[in-house]
Design a protein around this ligand. Structure first.
Ligand code: CA
Length: 357
Protein backbone atom coordinates (compact mmCIF):
# COMPACT_ATOMS: atom_id res chain seq x y z
CA UNK A 1 0.00 0.00 0.00
CA UNK A 2 2.86 2.35 0.91
CA UNK A 3 4.41 1.75 -2.48
CA UNK A 4 1.16 2.38 -4.29
CA UNK A 5 0.73 5.66 -2.42
CA UNK A 6 4.27 6.61 -3.36
CA UNK A 7 3.67 5.69 -7.02
CA UNK A 8 0.59 7.86 -7.06
CA UNK A 9 2.55 10.79 -5.69
CA UNK A 10 5.50 10.66 -8.11
CA UNK A 11 5.63 12.94 -11.07
CA UNK A 12 8.58 15.32 -10.99
CA UNK A 13 12.25 14.95 -11.81
CA UNK A 14 13.02 15.40 -8.11
CA UNK A 15 11.71 11.92 -7.48
CA UNK A 16 13.81 10.40 -10.25
CA UNK A 17 16.97 12.12 -8.96
CA UNK A 18 16.32 10.95 -5.42
CA UNK A 19 15.91 7.43 -6.77
CA UNK A 20 19.23 7.74 -8.60
CA UNK A 21 20.93 8.91 -5.41
CA UNK A 22 19.42 6.10 -3.40
CA UNK A 23 20.51 3.49 -5.93
CA UNK A 24 24.03 4.95 -6.09
CA UNK A 25 24.21 4.71 -2.29
CA UNK A 26 23.26 1.09 -2.38
CA UNK A 27 25.56 0.19 -5.28
CA UNK A 28 27.84 -1.49 -2.80
CA UNK A 29 25.19 -4.12 -2.17
CA UNK A 30 26.40 -7.33 -3.74
CA UNK A 31 23.24 -8.89 -5.12
CA UNK A 32 22.92 -8.45 -8.83
CA UNK A 33 19.83 -9.70 -10.59
CA UNK A 34 20.38 -10.85 -14.18
CA UNK A 35 16.99 -10.67 -15.80
CA UNK A 36 15.70 -11.55 -19.24
CA UNK A 37 12.92 -9.62 -21.00
CA UNK A 38 11.07 -11.41 -23.81
CA UNK A 39 8.92 -9.32 -26.17
CA UNK A 40 6.28 -9.78 -28.85
CA UNK A 41 8.01 -7.34 -31.21
CA UNK A 42 10.97 -7.54 -33.56
CA UNK A 43 14.10 -6.22 -31.80
CA UNK A 44 14.12 -2.39 -31.87
CA UNK A 45 10.89 -2.24 -33.93
CA UNK A 46 9.75 1.43 -34.07
CA UNK A 47 7.65 2.36 -31.04
CA UNK A 48 7.04 -1.06 -29.50
CA UNK A 49 10.50 -2.64 -29.67
CA UNK A 50 12.12 0.70 -28.87
CA UNK A 51 9.78 0.92 -25.86
CA UNK A 52 10.98 -2.46 -24.56
CA UNK A 53 14.65 -1.38 -24.84
CA UNK A 54 13.84 1.92 -23.18
CA UNK A 55 12.20 0.15 -20.22
CA UNK A 56 15.13 -2.24 -19.82
CA UNK A 57 17.63 0.67 -19.92
CA UNK A 58 15.63 2.57 -17.33
CA UNK A 59 15.64 -0.39 -14.94
CA UNK A 60 19.38 -0.91 -15.47
CA UNK A 61 20.25 2.75 -14.96
CA UNK A 62 17.89 3.54 -12.09
CA UNK A 63 19.12 0.47 -10.23
CA UNK A 64 22.76 1.31 -10.99
CA UNK A 65 22.93 -2.10 -12.72
CA UNK A 66 21.87 -4.00 -9.61
CA UNK A 67 19.23 -5.34 -11.98
CA UNK A 68 20.65 -6.06 -15.43
CA UNK A 69 17.94 -6.68 -18.01
CA UNK A 70 18.74 -8.25 -21.38
CA UNK A 71 16.05 -7.81 -24.05
CA UNK A 72 15.07 -10.53 -26.54
CA UNK A 73 13.06 -9.62 -29.64
CA UNK A 74 10.32 -11.83 -31.09
CA UNK A 75 11.66 -15.30 -32.02
CA UNK A 76 15.07 -14.73 -30.45
CA UNK A 77 14.20 -16.92 -27.46
CA UNK A 78 10.53 -17.77 -28.06
CA UNK A 79 7.79 -16.96 -30.61
CA UNK A 80 6.03 -13.59 -30.06
CA UNK A 81 2.82 -15.04 -28.66
CA UNK A 82 4.47 -17.27 -26.06
CA UNK A 83 5.60 -14.36 -23.90
CA UNK A 84 2.84 -14.79 -21.31
CA UNK A 85 3.44 -18.50 -20.63
CA UNK A 86 7.22 -18.15 -20.72
CA UNK A 87 7.28 -15.41 -18.04
CA UNK A 88 4.54 -17.15 -16.08
CA UNK A 89 6.72 -20.29 -15.93
CA UNK A 90 9.84 -18.34 -14.97
CA UNK A 91 11.70 -18.76 -18.30
CA UNK A 92 12.20 -14.98 -18.20
CA UNK A 93 11.59 -12.46 -15.42
CA UNK A 94 9.97 -9.82 -17.67
CA UNK A 95 7.71 -9.76 -20.71
CA UNK A 96 6.75 -6.83 -22.96
CA UNK A 97 3.55 -7.38 -24.92
CA UNK A 98 -0.16 -6.56 -25.23
CA UNK A 99 -2.81 -8.03 -22.92
CA UNK A 100 -5.35 -8.72 -25.71
CA UNK A 101 -3.09 -11.49 -27.00
CA UNK A 102 -4.00 -13.50 -23.87
CA UNK A 103 -7.77 -13.61 -24.33
CA UNK A 104 -7.46 -17.43 -24.38
CA UNK A 105 -6.50 -17.24 -20.67
CA UNK A 106 -9.53 -15.08 -19.89
CA UNK A 107 -11.64 -12.72 -22.00
CA UNK A 108 -10.94 -10.13 -19.27
CA UNK A 109 -7.37 -9.65 -20.56
CA UNK A 110 -8.66 -7.65 -23.51
CA UNK A 111 -9.88 -4.81 -21.31
CA UNK A 112 -6.29 -4.11 -20.25
CA UNK A 113 -5.11 -3.32 -23.78
CA UNK A 114 -7.87 -1.76 -25.84
CA UNK A 115 -11.57 -2.11 -26.45
CA UNK A 116 -13.38 -0.95 -29.63
CA UNK A 117 -14.99 2.47 -29.00
CA UNK A 118 -13.53 2.29 -25.46
CA UNK A 119 -11.29 4.63 -23.52
CA UNK A 120 -8.40 6.58 -25.03
CA UNK A 121 -4.86 6.50 -23.60
CA UNK A 122 -5.39 9.24 -21.03
CA UNK A 123 -8.65 7.72 -19.81
CA UNK A 124 -7.06 4.25 -19.69
CA UNK A 125 -4.22 5.55 -17.53
CA UNK A 126 -6.76 7.25 -15.24
CA UNK A 127 -8.65 3.97 -14.86
CA UNK A 128 -5.52 1.88 -14.37
CA UNK A 129 -3.73 4.17 -11.87
CA UNK A 130 -6.65 5.83 -10.09
CA UNK A 131 -9.78 3.85 -10.92
CA UNK A 132 -8.92 0.41 -9.55
CA UNK A 133 -7.79 -0.92 -12.96
CA UNK A 134 -4.32 -2.12 -11.92
CA UNK A 135 -5.70 -3.85 -8.80
CA UNK A 136 -8.12 -5.84 -10.98
CA UNK A 137 -5.39 -6.57 -13.50
CA UNK A 138 -3.18 -7.90 -10.66
CA UNK A 139 -6.06 -10.06 -9.44
CA UNK A 140 -6.52 -11.46 -12.95
CA UNK A 141 -2.79 -12.25 -13.50
CA UNK A 142 -2.10 -13.44 -9.95
CA UNK A 143 -3.09 -17.02 -10.71
CA UNK A 144 -0.54 -17.04 -13.54
CA UNK A 145 2.26 -16.03 -11.17
CA UNK A 146 2.50 -12.64 -12.92
CA UNK A 147 2.42 -8.98 -11.91
CA UNK A 148 1.21 -6.64 -14.69
CA UNK A 149 2.21 -2.99 -15.19
CA UNK A 150 1.20 -0.50 -17.90
CA UNK A 151 4.42 0.16 -19.85
CA UNK A 152 3.46 2.00 -23.02
CA UNK A 153 0.63 3.19 -25.23
CA UNK A 154 0.37 3.82 -28.97
CA UNK A 155 -2.37 6.45 -28.69
CA UNK A 156 -5.39 6.33 -31.03
CA UNK A 157 -4.53 4.13 -33.98
CA UNK A 158 -5.56 4.59 -37.63
CA UNK A 159 -8.56 2.75 -39.08
CA UNK A 160 -6.35 1.11 -41.67
CA UNK A 161 -5.49 0.78 -45.36
CA UNK A 162 -8.19 -0.16 -47.88
CA UNK A 163 -7.98 -0.90 -51.59
CA UNK A 164 -11.52 0.41 -52.10
CA UNK A 165 -13.58 3.22 -50.59
CA UNK A 166 -15.90 2.49 -47.68
CA UNK A 167 -19.01 4.58 -48.30
CA UNK A 168 -21.63 2.52 -46.49
CA UNK A 169 -22.05 -0.47 -44.15
CA UNK A 170 -22.63 -2.55 -47.29
CA UNK A 171 -19.03 -1.99 -48.36
CA UNK A 172 -17.90 -3.99 -45.31
CA UNK A 173 -19.73 -7.11 -46.53
CA UNK A 174 -17.23 -9.73 -47.60
CA UNK A 175 -14.33 -7.37 -46.95
CA UNK A 176 -11.23 -9.41 -46.14
CA UNK A 177 -9.34 -7.39 -43.57
CA UNK A 178 -6.38 -8.09 -41.33
CA UNK A 179 -7.76 -6.96 -37.98
CA UNK A 180 -7.13 -8.97 -34.81
CA UNK A 181 -8.98 -9.24 -31.51
CA UNK A 182 -12.30 -7.64 -30.64
CA UNK A 183 -12.12 -5.34 -33.68
CA UNK A 184 -12.07 -8.45 -35.87
CA UNK A 185 -15.15 -9.84 -34.11
CA UNK A 186 -16.98 -6.57 -34.72
CA UNK A 187 -16.03 -6.58 -38.41
CA UNK A 188 -17.20 -10.16 -38.69
CA UNK A 189 -20.60 -9.28 -37.24
CA UNK A 190 -20.82 -6.43 -39.77
CA UNK A 191 -20.40 -8.98 -42.57
CA UNK A 192 -16.66 -8.70 -43.11
CA UNK A 193 -14.01 -11.41 -42.97
CA UNK A 194 -11.33 -10.73 -40.34
CA UNK A 195 -7.94 -12.24 -41.04
CA UNK A 196 -5.09 -12.67 -38.54
CA UNK A 197 -1.61 -12.10 -39.93
CA UNK A 198 1.68 -11.31 -38.24
CA UNK A 199 2.96 -7.81 -38.96
CA UNK A 200 5.66 -9.00 -41.33
CA UNK A 201 3.12 -10.73 -43.62
CA UNK A 202 0.77 -7.77 -44.04
CA UNK A 203 2.42 -5.89 -46.90
CA UNK A 204 2.57 -8.82 -49.33
CA UNK A 205 -0.95 -9.99 -48.46
CA UNK A 206 -2.34 -6.52 -49.18
CA UNK A 207 -0.30 -5.94 -52.31
CA UNK A 208 -1.22 -9.29 -53.87
CA UNK A 209 -4.92 -8.97 -53.02
CA UNK A 210 -5.00 -11.85 -50.52
CA UNK A 211 -6.63 -9.25 -48.24
CA UNK A 212 -8.61 -6.12 -49.22
CA UNK A 213 -7.66 -4.09 -46.19
CA UNK A 214 -5.49 -4.04 -43.10
CA UNK A 215 -5.04 -2.16 -39.90
CA UNK A 216 -1.65 -1.97 -38.25
CA UNK A 217 -0.91 0.94 -35.90
CA UNK A 218 -0.59 4.47 -37.23
CA UNK A 219 1.54 6.57 -39.62
CA UNK A 220 4.84 5.90 -37.77
CA UNK A 221 4.59 2.09 -37.89
CA UNK A 222 2.55 1.85 -41.10
CA UNK A 223 5.14 3.85 -43.02
CA UNK A 224 7.86 1.49 -41.76
CA UNK A 225 6.01 -1.41 -43.45
CA UNK A 226 5.46 0.62 -46.65
CA UNK A 227 1.69 0.05 -46.53
CA UNK A 228 1.12 3.23 -48.59
CA UNK A 229 2.63 1.35 -51.54
CA UNK A 230 0.04 -1.43 -51.24
CA UNK A 231 -3.30 0.42 -50.82
CA UNK A 232 -4.63 3.84 -51.75
CA UNK A 233 -7.18 4.70 -49.06
CA UNK A 234 -6.03 5.41 -45.51
CA UNK A 235 -9.00 5.58 -43.14
CA UNK A 236 -9.42 7.10 -39.69
CA UNK A 237 -10.16 6.91 -36.81
CA UNK A 238 -8.93 3.64 -35.28
CA UNK A 239 -12.28 2.83 -33.65
CA UNK A 240 -11.04 -0.66 -32.82
CA UNK A 241 -7.92 0.45 -30.89
CA UNK A 242 -8.48 3.90 -29.40
CA UNK A 243 -5.39 3.85 -27.14
CA UNK A 244 -3.98 0.40 -26.48
CA UNK A 245 -1.94 -0.08 -23.33
CA UNK A 246 1.28 -2.04 -23.76
CA UNK A 247 2.06 -4.24 -20.78
CA UNK A 248 5.14 -5.24 -18.84
CA UNK A 249 4.57 -8.55 -17.09
CA UNK A 250 6.83 -9.47 -14.20
CA UNK A 251 7.32 -12.99 -12.87
CA UNK A 252 5.91 -12.75 -9.36
CA UNK A 253 8.51 -14.96 -7.71
CA UNK A 254 11.37 -12.95 -9.25
CA UNK A 255 9.70 -9.67 -8.19
CA UNK A 256 9.22 -10.90 -4.62
CA UNK A 257 12.91 -11.81 -4.38
CA UNK A 258 13.89 -8.16 -4.96
CA UNK A 259 14.48 -5.79 -2.04
CA UNK A 260 11.75 -3.16 -1.76
CA UNK A 261 13.78 -0.35 -3.34
CA UNK A 262 14.41 -2.42 -6.50
CA UNK A 263 10.73 -3.38 -6.71
CA UNK A 264 9.97 0.33 -6.62
CA UNK A 265 12.53 1.00 -9.35
CA UNK A 266 10.86 -1.60 -11.62
CA UNK A 267 7.45 -0.02 -10.94
CA UNK A 268 8.65 3.53 -11.55
CA UNK A 269 10.54 2.52 -14.72
CA UNK A 270 7.31 0.99 -16.10
CA UNK A 271 5.47 4.19 -15.31
CA UNK A 272 8.11 6.29 -17.06
CA UNK A 273 8.13 3.92 -20.06
CA UNK A 274 4.34 4.16 -20.27
CA UNK A 275 4.34 7.91 -20.87
CA UNK A 276 7.53 7.80 -22.92
CA UNK A 277 6.12 5.47 -25.58
CA UNK A 278 3.01 7.61 -26.03
CA UNK A 279 5.20 10.70 -26.44
CA UNK A 280 7.39 8.87 -28.99
CA UNK A 281 4.31 7.82 -31.00
CA UNK A 282 2.79 11.30 -30.90
CA UNK A 283 6.01 12.90 -32.13
CA UNK A 284 6.78 10.32 -34.84
CA UNK A 285 3.18 9.84 -36.08
CA UNK A 286 3.08 13.51 -36.83
CA UNK A 287 6.25 13.38 -38.98
CA UNK A 288 5.17 10.17 -40.74
CA UNK A 289 1.73 11.65 -41.50
CA UNK A 290 3.39 14.59 -43.26
CA UNK A 291 5.40 12.11 -45.34
CA UNK A 292 2.32 10.02 -46.21
CA UNK A 293 0.39 13.12 -47.26
CA UNK A 294 3.05 13.71 -49.94
CA UNK A 295 2.30 10.28 -51.47
CA UNK A 296 -0.50 9.30 -53.85
CA UNK A 297 -2.95 8.19 -51.19
CA UNK A 298 -6.27 9.51 -49.87
CA UNK A 299 -6.73 10.04 -46.15
CA UNK A 300 -10.43 9.62 -45.40
CA UNK A 301 -12.75 9.49 -42.40
CA UNK A 302 -15.10 6.51 -42.11
CA UNK A 303 -18.70 7.67 -42.79
CA UNK A 304 -20.73 8.34 -39.60
CA UNK A 305 -23.20 5.63 -40.60
CA UNK A 306 -20.42 3.03 -40.68
CA UNK A 307 -18.93 4.15 -37.35
CA UNK A 308 -22.36 4.10 -35.68
CA UNK A 309 -23.02 0.56 -36.90
CA UNK A 310 -19.60 -0.64 -35.68
CA UNK A 311 -20.15 1.08 -32.33
CA UNK A 312 -23.48 -0.62 -31.75
CA UNK A 313 -22.03 -4.01 -32.67
CA UNK A 314 -19.08 -3.40 -30.32
CA UNK A 315 -21.40 -2.71 -27.38
CA UNK A 316 -23.30 -5.92 -28.12
CA UNK A 317 -20.12 -7.99 -28.23
CA UNK A 318 -18.71 -6.50 -25.02
CA UNK A 319 -21.86 -7.36 -23.09
CA UNK A 320 -21.67 -10.90 -24.46
CA UNK A 321 -18.03 -11.48 -23.57
CA UNK A 322 -18.53 -9.95 -20.10
CA UNK A 323 -20.45 -13.12 -19.28
CA UNK A 324 -17.44 -15.39 -20.07
CA UNK A 325 -16.35 -15.82 -16.44
CA UNK A 326 -16.63 -14.10 -13.05
CA UNK A 327 -13.45 -12.06 -13.38
CA UNK A 328 -14.40 -10.81 -16.87
CA UNK A 329 -17.75 -9.64 -15.48
CA UNK A 330 -15.94 -7.83 -12.66
CA UNK A 331 -13.44 -6.18 -15.03
CA UNK A 332 -16.17 -5.25 -17.53
CA UNK A 333 -18.24 -3.64 -14.75
CA UNK A 334 -15.29 -1.60 -13.51
CA UNK A 335 -14.19 -0.61 -17.04
CA UNK A 336 -17.63 0.44 -18.24
CA UNK A 337 -18.49 2.27 -15.02
CA UNK A 338 -15.27 4.28 -15.21
CA UNK A 339 -15.64 4.86 -18.95
CA UNK A 340 -19.20 6.24 -18.60
CA UNK A 341 -18.12 8.45 -15.72
CA UNK A 342 -15.04 9.88 -17.43
CA UNK A 343 -16.52 10.62 -20.87
CA UNK A 344 -18.72 13.60 -19.86
CA UNK A 345 -15.55 15.24 -18.52
CA UNK A 346 -13.51 14.39 -21.64
CA UNK A 347 -16.34 15.85 -23.73
CA UNK A 348 -16.27 19.28 -22.11
CA UNK A 349 -12.48 19.33 -21.69
CA UNK A 350 -10.32 17.69 -24.37
CA UNK A 351 -13.01 17.23 -27.01
CA UNK A 352 -14.47 20.75 -26.71
CA UNK A 353 -10.99 22.22 -26.82
CA UNK A 354 -9.83 20.15 -29.82
CA UNK A 355 -13.02 21.00 -31.72
CA UNK A 356 -12.27 24.72 -31.55
CA UNK A 357 -8.50 24.66 -31.87
CA1 CA B 1 -3.53 -2.29 -34.43
Amino acid sequence: MKRRKFLKSIGGSLTVSSLLISSANSATQKNQYKWKMVTSWPKNFPGLGVGAENLANLINKLSNNRIKVKVFGANELIPPLEVFDFVSNGGAELGHSGAYYWKGKSAACQFFSSVPFGMNSQEMNAWLYYGGGIELWEKLYNRFNLIPRPAGNTGVQMGGWFNKQINSVNDLKGLKMRIPGLGGEVLSRAGGVPVTLAGSEIFTALQTGVIDATEWVGPYNDRAFGLHKAAKYYYYPGWHEPGPTIECIINKKAYNLLPEDLQLIVDVACKAANIDMLSDYTAKNNLALQFLKSKKIEILKFPDEVLLKLKNLSKEILVEISKSDAITQEVYNSYSKFSSAVSPWTKISDKAYLDIR
